[in-house]
Ligand binder design. Sequence first.
Ligand SMILES: Nc1ncnc2c1ncn2[C@@H]1O[C@H](COP(=O)(O)OP(=O)(O)OP(=O)(O)O)[C@@H](O)[C@H]1O
Length: 309
Amino acid sequence: MNDSPAIALHGLRKRFGQLTAVDGVTLEIGRGEVVALLGPNGAGKSTTIDLALGLSNPDEGDARLFGGTPRQAIVAGRVGAMLQGGALLPTLTVRQSIELVAAAHRHPLPVDEAMERAKVTDIARQRVAKLSGGQMQRARFAVAVVSNPDLLILDEPTAAMDVEARHVFWESMRAFTEEGRTVVFATHYLDEADSFADRIVILNRGRLVADGTPAEVKAVVSGRVVSFALDAAPAGLHDRLATLPGVRDVERRGERISIQTADSDATLRAVLADYPAAHDVEVISRTMDDAFLALTHDAAEPALQEALR
Ligand SMILES: Nc1ncnc2c1ncn2[C@@H]1O[C@H](COP(=O)(O)OP(=O)(O)OP(=O)(O)O)[C@@H](O)[C@H]1O
């Protein structure tokens, strides 16, 4: 057995008319990695996934799965996918849908085990046409895992799931990845990426703008926000605050002032020394949301992105 990466994308480019949806993406994902693919709407996540699976052909570059073509990997039963547009046959029951896929694969999981993993045992006899959005997602997950794949690619797997269902979903995924399988999932839930992935890849306008561990990605916006209220803002407040130690940016909304700072202790001391009337003080750590916005902002600093590639 060769030890090629689970996914190797080299210089992938895909155009739709004037639009370049994927613009030179090069990315390797090793076996056993759990990777979150993030990006704003239209960033090119689904198109990249389609190219990786060989569902559409790139204009430039190539995609390899386990060292072979996507088709070879899929025929060998090594890939399970849950895609946004993927539909199940409405007249079949959930169990029949899973059985159908299991029958087409060489080394499927037992159908009952796949149903247990995807938590669909209770809806096994329901027709697909009658499923709710969240139930449908679970059924599609069961269909993706029953082939017993080495690589699982999921496009927004928890869209339409309620909070409880999302929790259950990630628990069953955790068990799945503990067996050393590779998982790539696109999501808009940054908290899911933060807590579940061991690597985060961010796309923006078809380009890879960040690639690192959750901690590395969040470190892009290291520092904190010092925020406070000031009832009557003196003239020149904004300019004065901008010169205090550690300050990177100052924002004011009504009487509330928020300062992004690299050194919250020094900034806070200086603020209280200069403006003793400041009250309702908060010091807030930056989150994955902040990192995401900083990296995908139109005016995102190239240097910021450079650190994560
Ligand atoms: N078949 C197509 N024909 C024309 N344009 C397309 C096609 N598929 C995607 N696009 C365009 O390519 C861009 C990237 O779309 P894609 O679906 O890959 O983004 P995404 O990151 O998955 O977005 P979302 O988070 O909204 O699902 C978008 O501007 C989209 O409108």
